[in-house]
Design a protein around this ligand. Structure first.
Ligand SMILES: Nc1ncnc2c1ncn2[C@@H]1O[C@H](COP(=O)(O)OP(=O)(O)OP(=O)(O)O)[C@@H](O)[C@H]1O
Length: 274
C-alpha cells in the first residue's frame, strides 16, 4: 500500500525564541516555541497579557525576526518568498479622505500581483469584487460613505473586507473585535465565521475573549507569560456554523472554563501593592 505523505504545515515555528531589548534590559517574549498551522485552519492564541501573542503574529508576518529558531511559511523561511497577508486590528484605521469602497480597494492597489492590473481593472472587476464583499458583510449600499459616517461595528466589518480583498494566504487578526460592545462583537463573530467558511483563509486570531476564541477557531493555543510559551493546544469540536446560542451549551461553557483556569494558572503573580 502506498504511504500517504504527512500533511505539511503552512506556518511552522520551530524552537523559536524572541528577545526584545539589549544588554541587561531584555525581555524574552517567546521561549523555544513550536507551532504548526495548516492551510485553511483557524487558530486562536489566548493567554495573559504579555505572553507573546502579538510577537507570534509579528514573527509570522516577518515584521520582526526571531532571535533564534526558525519561522517557516509555505515550507520556506519567512522572507524567502513574498506571502500575501491580510491584517485587522482593534482599531480599524480607515483613511478618512477615502470612501469605504476606496479604503477596501487599497490592498488591490498596493499588493502584487493585483497592483499591476489595478488601473486596468479598477472600474470593472475590482470594483465589483469590493461591492460583493461589502454586500456579504452587510455593508451593501454604504460604499460611497466616508469612515466618519459609519459606526464602529460597520468600520470593523469594512476592515475585515480590506484584510480579505486581496485573497491573503494568511489572515492575522489582533483583537479585531476588542473595542466593540458585546452585541456588535457577537454579530461580527457571525460575519467573520461566514467569511472564513466561504473563503477558507488560514487565520491566526489573537484575543482575550475566550468565548470568541471558542466560537471562531478550530484550534485554541493557550500561552503562558515570562517566558512566553504555548502550554496547551485544543481542538475546538463544535459543528459549524456556530451560533451565539451555542456559547451557552454545557460543552462550550466547560471548554471556556477550562481555558480560563489554564490562563489563571499561567498568569504571572500580581505585584503586591503597599
Ligand atoms: N518592542 C518591544 N520592546 C520591548 N519589549 C517588548 C516589545 N514588544 C513587546 N515587548 C514585551 O514582550 C512581551 C510580549 O509582548 P506581546 O505584545 O507579544 O504580548 P501579548 O501577549 O500580545 O500582550 P497583550 O495581550 O497585552 O497585547 C511583553 O512582556 C512585552 O512587554
Amino acid at each position: 500500500m502506498a504511504e500517504v505523505a504527512p500533511r505539511q504545515p503552512f506556518v511552522q515555528l520551530q524552537e523559536v525564541t524572541h528577545t526584545y531589548g539589549r544588554l541587561n534590559r531584555t525581555v524574552t517574549a517567546l521561549d523555544k516555541t513550536d507551532l504548526k498551522i495548516f492551510e485553511g485552519d483557524f487558530v486562536a492564541l489566548v493567554g495573559p497579557s504579555g505572553c507573546g501573542k502579538s510577537t507570534i503574529l509579528k514573527l509570522i508576518t516577518g515584521l520582526i525576526t526571531a532571535s533564534s529558531g526558525y519561522v517557516l511559511v509555505a515550507g520556506r523561511e519567512i522572507g524567502a518568498e513574498p506571502v500575501r497577508v491580510g491584517m485587522a486590528f482593534q482599531n480599524p484605521t480607515m483613511l478618512p479622505w477615502l470612501t469605504l469602497r476606496d479604503n477596501v480597494m487599497l490592498p488591490l492597489k498596493i499588493v502584487p500581483p493585483f497592483r499591476k492590473d489595478y488601473r486596468r481593472k479598477r472600474k470593472g472587476e475590482y470594483r465589483d469584487r469590493v461591492e460583493a464583499l461589502l454586500e456579504q458583510v452587510g455593508l451593501g449600499g454604504f460604499s460611497d460613505k466616508y469612515p466618519w459616517q459609519l459606526s464602529g461595528g460597520m468600520l470593523q466589518r469594512a476592515s475585515l473586507c480590506r484584510a480579505l480583498i486581496h485573497e491573503p494566504q494568511l489572515l492575522m487578526l489582533d483583537e479585531p473585535f476588542g473595542a466593540l460592545d458585546q452585541f456588535t462583537r457577537e454579530e461580527l463573530w457571525g460575519v467573520m465565521q461566514d467569511l472564513w467558511i466561504s473563503r477558507k483563509p488560514t487565520v491566526v486570531l489573537v484575543t482575550h475573549d475566550l468565548k470568541e476564541a471558542a466560537y471562531l477557531a478550530n484550534r485554541i493555543c493557550v500561552m503562558q507569560a515570562r517566558p512566553g510559551r504555548i502550554i496547551d493546544d485544543n481542538e475546538v469540536p463544535f459543528a459549524r456554523p456556530r451560533t451565539v446560542a451555542m456559547t451557552y451549551d454545557t460543552d462550550f461553557v466547560s471548554l471556556t472554563q477550562r481555558l480560563r483556569e489554564l490562563i489563571v494558572a499561567a498568569s504571572p503573580p500580581k505585584e503586591a501593592t503597599p
